[in-house]
Design a protein. Structure first.
Length: 201
């Protein structure tokens, strides 16, 4: 039976280092300043990539229930929140809690359902996403750490191919069409004539 080798954070850092001819490290606790920079850039790219919102880290209608003080605390690994256009509130995150800009309050009387984009540790990401993040980070590292335009130019094609693989994975996992979102929710609102003369007070 074949053994499946998954990309670890250490492996990703070594991909970044090898891109500029550096020797691999055996631990992320290495005192090598270049490996520390490589890990920092890897985290930056991972955060930026996940912030785009993908099928693997996006949930629709996620419930947030108020505590005894009517406040809703937001987990630190949430990158963004969104609500339905028909929702009777307009929410943002302030001081780690949900805030209603429309009513100017942190107080909520009932459970709120929102679209959530989560942040995951590198090892929890789909393999194709980890591969892209590693390649993208390797190019940024080559540019920042050693200023090698030659290395970056050489790796651009690899980065483009890795991004294309991510997009293929996304379309397979998302099951998108023009009417429904990835969770089966209705995104397309048909034309309702009475809305043309409806006034909002």
């Amino acid at each position: 039976m074949a053994t499946t080798h998954k990309l670890t954070k250490l492996s990703a850092v070594n991909i970044i280092l090898s891109n500029v001819g550096q020797s691999p490290i055996t631990s992320l606790d290495s005192a090598n300043p270049l490996s520390a920079l490589a890990e920092q850039i890897l985290d930056e790219v991972s955060h930026a990539f996940q912030s785009e919102g993908w099928a693997f880290n996006t949930e629709q209608d996620y419930p947030f229930t108020p505590d005894s003080n009517k406040n809703i605390s937001i987990p630190s690994n949430i990158l963004s929140l969104d609500m339905l256009e028909t929702a009777p509130f307009e929410t943002v995150i302030r001081n780690g809690k949900l805030y209603d800009k429309r009513k100017h309050t942190f107080d909520f009387e009932e459970t709120v359902y929102l679209k959530v984009v989560w942040y995951f540790d590198f090892v929890e990401l789909p393999e194709v996403c980890k591969q892209y993040i590693a390649v993208r980070a390797a190019n940024l590292f080559a540019n920042r750490a050693v200023g090698s335009a030659e290395v970056v130019k050489y790796s651009e094609r690899e980065e483009i191919l890795a991004r294309a693989a991510v997009m293929e994975y996304e379309t397979q996992q998302g099951d998108y069409n023009i009417f429904n979102d990835r969770a089966g929710g209705k995104e397309f609102d048909s034309y309702l004539p009475y809305n043309a003369v409806y006034r909002h007070f």
